[in-house]
Design a binder for this molecule. Sequence first.
Ligand code: SAM
Length: 327
Amino acid sequence: MSEFLDTYHRRIDYMRISITDRCDLSCIYCTEQAVPCLAHEEILRYEEIQRIVQAAARLGVKGLRITGGEPLVKSNISKLIELLVQVEGIDDITLTTNGALLGRYAEELKAAGLKRVNISLDTFKADRFKEITGSDKLKDVLDGIEAAKKAGLTPVKINTVVMRGINDNEILDFARMTASEGWHVRFIEMMPLVNPGNKGSKMVSVREIRETIEGSIGELEPCLATSGRGPAKYYKLPNAEGTIGFIGPVTECFCATCNRFRITADGRLRPCLLEDDEIDIKGPLRNGAGIDELEELMKKAAVLKREKHRLNETYTHGQRQMWQIGG
Ligand code: SAM
């Protein structure tokens, strides 16, 4: 197997697959306006996703992350995991979720072959949770975190988008959970995808988050990632079992080490999160394309992969919102 490299010699070994554009939450930084959800027949079927993954694995993709929308609102997602586990060359299948349905599905996902989950949680306060997500499901999410741990979908990572004036006064509460509960918390800079004209107004930089933690709790020691192929930089508080990760897409562009491409729920290969270049793979697949042709489409997508995003320059608004791409 040859290496799957893009124009800038980055090795692509990771694919994020959005399996639905539907979500049971409606987070303020993710959803700008309601866009009609895709029709059922527009969405890739599980067998089609397996076929795409077979082609990707032949090129050198090893890790998969299932995302959405909210992946757990899809029916029978364990069946998809079972199909993907069978693909030769795939050694790591993970899932990103808001966690609200994990209490119900954690055990069966683990049994199907899912390795780990990342769970999005931005606040511990019920009224704020409602303000951010439009829902009352905070308790379900907290139960989902426990269910994931109990099922062995570990290490569970918590993704927290920090927003000025909304949840930035909970940075220390999240950081302390790495010591008291052994959580692995990743602080993420809010990308200006909703109201992009309002660039960065609520974004808190990873540098500021780090200074807030070090100024109040203690020095952070660099450490290795517990798992995964992502861009976070990891640290630990003294004596903490869990880790603190920082993901700074806005102030610390990490495109130089980007190792991934995406599949949207409606079957488009998307080489960059923040660029609208896409290649249709569902059409050729449904017209009988063989595995060699699918591989060729992926190589074309790799050529389209940009050197870096333009979030801080010309970026105005992509054609898709985050829930339509899969973060
Ligand atoms: N529904 C799942 C979830 O909540 O994790 C998966 C999809 S969601 C789009 C994936 C991740 O993208 C979440 O961790 C979310 O916080 C993050 N996200 C969405 N919009 C974002 C933005 N504007 N800036 C930074 N992260 C964002």
